[in-house]
Design a protein around this ligand. Structure first.
Ligand SMILES: [Zn+2]
Ligand SMILES: [Zn+2]
Length: 490
């Protein structure tokens, strides 16, 4: 029997219960887990927790550390810093790990699924009084209570039977509304669900010909049926994995909220985002991450919607970039990464919860004219939560000016020359940080903040890693809204 097992939320309930029980009974020495084990799962108390990479909020780190420690016995919690900007911040300021308060929690009270769960749990603990309790749960509480709770003869509302006996069991702590894809193992005539995969991850992980990893074993995706939300896989013995090649256009389609950036003519925008993903092939990659083969595929684009925020790059910045021959797409991409990687400092979130439009060298360095001219814009969107978003980019939007200031600081104070994982590069980059201009990113951030830019001090391009191609970026045009769009921060 394996003494160490892998564990993640997508495993079948049966597999998870078995791993949890084995850990509880001491049959396992350890579990290598995603954050799925962070809370709400009983595996007994552990002797040691090793957190690989800062889990993006202090609250998560404290939860994880708390898994170790029995009464009267010593325990150990180790944080191994990753190369991300946030990790490096804490590696340089370790005291903050103990002193910094937990950051603000984001609960979307507009989302009925989320809201009802909280109300049912609260009503279970203490009957709800719609008028007095409205301040906690939204002004619609009376209506929700009438429709979904049980009223007693005194006028108090109680948890509905549907949620009993333990209402908290019906409330998922994360991934509340996301669709899941079933990964079905068909090896040797089997037909069993191996695990479930969140829709937002599915398109990056499964496609015909992909290698899917489960408990250290390789499975070949034989038949991916996006409409039926299943992928049939077969166990194979291969020493390579696959990496999807695609380009994704992230386009704001409707402005819903505008926020002025103090002291600047620029604004940040919030609203609906359309995500168009075109998969054109994949790489076969060996253990040393060498490319063995490039396979072409011909799939129709996958279109999804979400919420997000965006900032249009000021004309002044574009002119300076062109003047200094700094790669415009690379400058935008670098600025996007710098801002995105700092979001967890402001909002409880995980890496990958908010994504951006990553630039691909295949297009940006091409010598021939492109059909895909992109607006000069920093765009961020919620990777989870469906068309309504997860609320994380909405929260980040509130702090956008602070985010810009911090991002600029990080770029300027980083000792690297051309950009590194601690400033403008990201391990989450879909295109391996190939198209990057660190110098250009500071031009954009400064222009957005209306700060002066010392043009003479900028390097003269083209930069070493950015071959000159056809310009792929054009000045962004405002995205329309419905009627008069509310402006905050004035
Ligand atoms: Zn750097
Ligand atoms: Zn990227």
């Amino acid at each position: 029997m394996a003494r160490i097992m892998g564990y993640r939320g997508g495993y079948t309930a049966q597999d998870r219960r078995q791993i949890e029980a084995q850990m509880f009974e001491g049959k396992l020495m350890g579990i290598v887990a995603t954050t799925a084990l962070e809370l709400g799962v009983d595996i007994g108390t552990l002797d040691c927790v090793v957190t690989l990479g800062f889990p993006y909020t202090i609250a998560n780190l404290r939860q994880q550390s708390g898994r170790a420690g029995r009464r009267n016995k010593d325990s150990l919690s180790v944080l191994v810093g990753d190369c991300f900007a946030t990790d490096q911040h804490y590696m340089q300021n370790p005291d903050e790990l103990f002193t910094k308060p937990n950051s603000e929690l984001q609960v979307d009270l507009e989302n009925m699924l989320v809201l009802e769960g909280h109300i049912q749990c609260a009503a279970y603990e203490m009957p709800i009084r719609p008028v007095e309790d409205a301040k906690y749960f939204s002004k619609d509480l009376a209506k929700i209570a009438e429709e979904r709770l049980i009223k007693d003869e005194l006028g108090y509302y109680h948890c509905h039977d549907r949620f009993r006996p333990v209402p908290s069991k019906f409330v998922a702590i994360r991934d509340t509304e996301e669709d899941h894809f079933a990964i079905v193992d068909i090896s040797h005539g089997k037909n069993i669900v191996l695990e479930e995969l969140e829709a937002s991850r599915a398109f990056f992980t499964i496609y015909d010909g992909a290698i899917f990893l489960h408990q250290g074993n390789s499975y070949l995706v034989r038949d991916f049926q996006p409409d039926r939300m299943i992928a049939k896989v077969e166990k194979v013995k291969v020493d390579w994995t696959t990496q999807q090649r695609d380009f994704t256009d992230i386009d704001p389609v409707e402005t819903e909220l505008i926020r002025r950036i103090p002291g600047s003519l620029s604004s940040a925008f919030h609203g609906s985002i359309r995500i168009t993903q075109n998969v054109f092939g994949y790489f076969k990659i060996d253990k040393k991450r060498r490319i063995l083969d490039a396979v072409q595929v011909d799939n129709p684009p996958i279109i999804r919607h979400s919420k997000g925020m965006w900032l249009d790059v000021p004309k002044r910045a574009l002119e300076i970039l062109v003047d200094r021959r700094l790669n415009v797409a690379g400058s935008i991409h670098a600025a996007e990464h710098a801002v995105m990687s700092l979001m967890p400092n402001f909002v409880i979130s995980m890496p990958g919860d908010v994504r951006t439009e990553c630039k691909i060298g295949l297009k940006e360095f091409a010598q021939k004219e492109t059909q895909r001219k992109r607006p000069a814009r920093l765009t961020f969107y919620d990777a989870k939560g469906g068309a309504g978003g997860s609320g994380i980019s909405t929260k980040a939007f509130e702090f956008v000016d602070l985010l810009l200031v911090q991002a600029l600081k990080r770029v300027e104070h980083c000792y690297c020359e051309h950009g590194c994982i601690e400033c403008v590069c990201s391990e989450l980059c879909k295109h391996a940080n190939e198209v990057m201009s660190k110098a250009g990113s500071s031009v954009i951030l400064k222009a957005l903040l209306n700060m002066s830019i010392d043009v003479e001090a900028l390097p003269m391009g083209p930069e070493e890693m950015s071959p000159v191609g056809v310009e792929t970026v054009v000045l962004a045009k405002p995205v329309p809204g419905k009627g008069r769009v509310p402006v905050c921060g004035e």
